[in-house]
Design a protein around this ligand. Structure first.
Ligand code: TTP
Ligand code: MG
Length: 400
């Protein structure tokens, strides 16, 4: 059965969000990424009015100023882009359980199973575009095609504020006239070789005898031709995000020594924040969980003033909670840490906004890359280090 794959990409995303925040910017050449005086930055995006002057993403700001001297240059406000992106995601979640977020302003949705409920592809696209307009005032472009590859190419063709539907029988004709640069996978080097062979369009690539391509590219020739014919089976991979990240362990025997409890707790906190960073998230709430020898279980929670992905901050929150847990003079059977109120790590994404990540975040980034090579235990800090090089917990620390 034919699949119905939707691709959505927001139009001039950062610039459009800025225009909603400040309507006086509507219709103006707007460049997000830095001020005219920010010599070293690059353009994140430009409004369509600024694109007329040849300004585009990743261009050095100095070049953008040269091309569009009367443009309005702003640094950008990443929290607002993130919030708008979340709203769009929530709308997509209403349409299908199979949503793959591809970037901050782009997603794939498998809408094969939503046909009856909404009344077909056109109605689905209309529903999404209207909801986005009403709830965020932002323009978006949607394409629906038999697979991700064709949907992605089509949404680019449909911009701005468009909708394109490519039925299976129209895929070849749709792709045929497009230049090779529109085909994901045909990078500059590949195109150079193809152009030397006299192949300038996707259609020519689809028609050329396979052995010509295999001779030029080896096995990659097959993949190239398959793509040029709009053939792809890559499924939409829904990305589920954790609501909480926790690590806990039961001691081999109940413990009265709080020094030991705290060392294990520091270790669990390290493991939690590591998982948090791996998910590209940060947490605003830290919960300490204690089960005493009589099986009574208590949780103590603290909300942080700022979300974090650092053990330093989680550790400080736990230090504030520990005196409450120690009030009961009972042995400890189980100890755990849970991080909740999770959201995407804004600092990590602020690369766009030009802000430098905090010093500690940079440190932890290098720590995590060492861990990726040598294992988690390779680098540890503070109290957790006192547990020794290899930590053997009586019960593995579990995660939700
Ligand atoms: P894109 O979807 O590539 O671009 P866009 O939404 O601005 O414009 P279009 O209408 O062509 O889709 O990227 C989404 C956002 O990601 C963009 O608004 C800004 C950011 N971005 C960067 O910061 N740097 C980059 O090099 C690119 C390509 C995007
Ligand atoms: Mg976009």
């Amino acid at each position: 059965m034919a699949r119905h794959i939707l691709h959505i990409d927001m139009d001039a995303f950062f610039a459009s969000v800025e225009q909603v925040l400040d309507p006086s910017l509507v219709g103006k050449p707007l460049i997000v990424g830095g001020l005219k005086t920010d010599k070293r930055g690059v353009v994140s995006t430009a409004s369509y009015e600024a694109r007329k002057y040849g300004v585009h993403s990743a261009m050095p700001l100095s070049e953008a100023v040269r091309r569009c001297p009367h443009g309005i240059f702003i640094r950008g406000q990443f929290e607002h882009y993130r919030a708008a992106s979340e709203k769009v995601r929530a709308i997509l979640d209403r349409v299908s359980p199979c949503v793959e977020i591809a970037s901050i302003d782009e997603a794939y949705v498998d809408v094969s199973g939503s046909q009856r409920l909404f009344g077909g592809d056109d109605a689905i696209a209309r529903y999404i575009k209207t909801c986005i307009r009403e709830e965020t005032q932002l323009p978006s472009t949607i394409a629906i095609a038999p697979n991700k590859l064709v949907a992605k190419i089509a949404s680019d063709e449909g911009k701005p504020d468009g909708y394109l539907k490519i039925a299976p029988e129209n895929v070849r004709d749709f792709l045929r006239p497009l230049p090779l640069a529109k085909l994901p996978g045909a990078g500059p080097r590949t195109r150079e070789v193809l152009e030397q062979l006299g192949i300038m369009t996707i259609g020519r690539l689809a028609d050329v005898p396979m052995q010509v391509l295999v001779q030029a590219f080896g096995p990659m020739g097959y993949a190239l031709q398959r793509a040029s014919r709009g053939e792809s089976i890559t499924p939409v991979q829904p990305c589920s995000r954790p609501k909480s990240i926790s690590r806990e362990t039961t001691f081999a025997e109940d413990v009265l020594d709080w020094e030991r409890v705290e060392r294990v707790l520091a270790y669990l906190a390290e493991r939690c924040t590591y998982a948090l960073r791996e998910n590209g998230m940060e947490a605003k709430c830290v919960t300490l969980k204690v089960r005493y020898g009589d099986f009574s279980t208590y949780t103590f929670a603290k909300t942080l003033s700022e979300p974090t992905c650092l053990e330093r901050d989680v550790g400080a929150a736990l230090d504030a909670l520990l005196p409450k847990a120690r009030q009961r003079r009972a042995r400890v059977r189980l100890i755990g840490v849970a991080l909740t109120s999770l959201r995407h790590n804004q600092h990590q994404l602020q690369l766009f906004g030009g802000k430098q990540p905090e010093k500690w975040e940079r440190v932890m980034e290098s720590v995590d890359s060492i861990r990726a090579r040598h294992g988690f235990e390779f680098v540890r800090f503070g109290k957790s280090m006192e547990l020794g090089r290899r930590v053997e917990l009586a019960t593995p620390s579990l995660s939700r």
